[in-house]
Design a protein around this ligand. Structure first.
Ligand code: CDP
Length: 225
């Protein structure tokens, strides 16, 4: 039987998180946001004054605090030393540095272990989103999707999501931030952002949210029938 994993990869702001959450809800699967774990370990490292190159110490810190995945009704949320960090991980200081920490192999191994352990605990199936889910973390996923959209569309969506103005200057600034992170994620040596060869590539620039969710759900129903 095919592994009951839907792997959703794609660049920043391509709609992975909202899509993955809704796809999981419609399928009765559990949602795993790998980026949230990269953000949680980055937050902990920044607060402890540890640099990305001190990756072994960062991972030791993650075990010691600990950084844990806590099961919620439909997914998992990260906790650092017993505190819910769902909001803190979205702070600009974390967003600006997360790609540097995510480029370190020891940190990637730690996140991958957490993802696989969480998925192994779920009986129904999981929707896992990230940059390397279909290529590295779950290469045998029953369905692989790669979401793309133009940089401007992604920037506008991210601003809307954060409740910010979408004037041309803000969109331009946000486009620069997303593009800078995409380049860092696509050009790193370990597990770079890339569409898996066997993925369904969906360009969401001109799709409504409902259309993009429905396409993935339809593909999943075929894959897991
Ligand atoms: O939601 P957003 O697109 O802003 O990013 P995210 O999914 O929260 O991921 C934040 C960062 O974590 C990315 O820019 C990558 O540097 C890293 N990441 C990764 O390297 N591999 C993953 N599977 C997921 C995230």
């Amino acid at each position: 039987m095919r592994e009951r994993v839907v792997a959703i990869d794609g660049p920043a702001g391509s709609g992975k998180t909202t899509t993955a959450r809704e796809v999981a809800r419609r399928l009765g699967f559990i949602h795993l946001d790998s980026g949230a774990l990269y953000r949680a370990i980055t937050l902990a490292a920044l607060d402890a004054g540890l640099l990305p190159e001190q990756e072994t110490r960062v991972v030791a810190l993650a075990a010691q605090l600990p950084i844990r995945w806590v099961r919620t009704e439909r997914g998992f949320r990260p906790e650092v030393a017993g505190a819910d960090v769902s909001e803190a991980i979205r702070e600009t200081r974390v967003t600006a540095r997360v790609s540097a920490y995510a480029a370190r192999p020891a940190i990637r191994d730690w996140v991958n272990d957490q993802l696989r352990a969480a998925a192994a605990d779920v009986e129904t199936g999981v929707v896992v989103e990230g940059r390397d889910i279909g290529t590295v973390v779950f290469p045998h996923a029953g369905l692989k999707v790669f979401l793309t959209a133009s940089a401007e569309a992604r920037a506008a969506r991210r601003l809307a999501q954060e409740g910010k103005e979408r004037d041309p200057t803000s969109v331009r600034r946000q486009t620069v931030e997303l593009t800078r992170r995409d380049e860092a994620d696509a050009n790193r040596d370990v597990a770079p952002l890339r569409a898996p060869p066997d993925a369904h590539v969906i360009d969401t620039t001109d799709l409504s949210f409902d259309e993009q969710v429905s396409r993935v759900v339809e593909l999943a129903r075929q894959a897991f029938a």
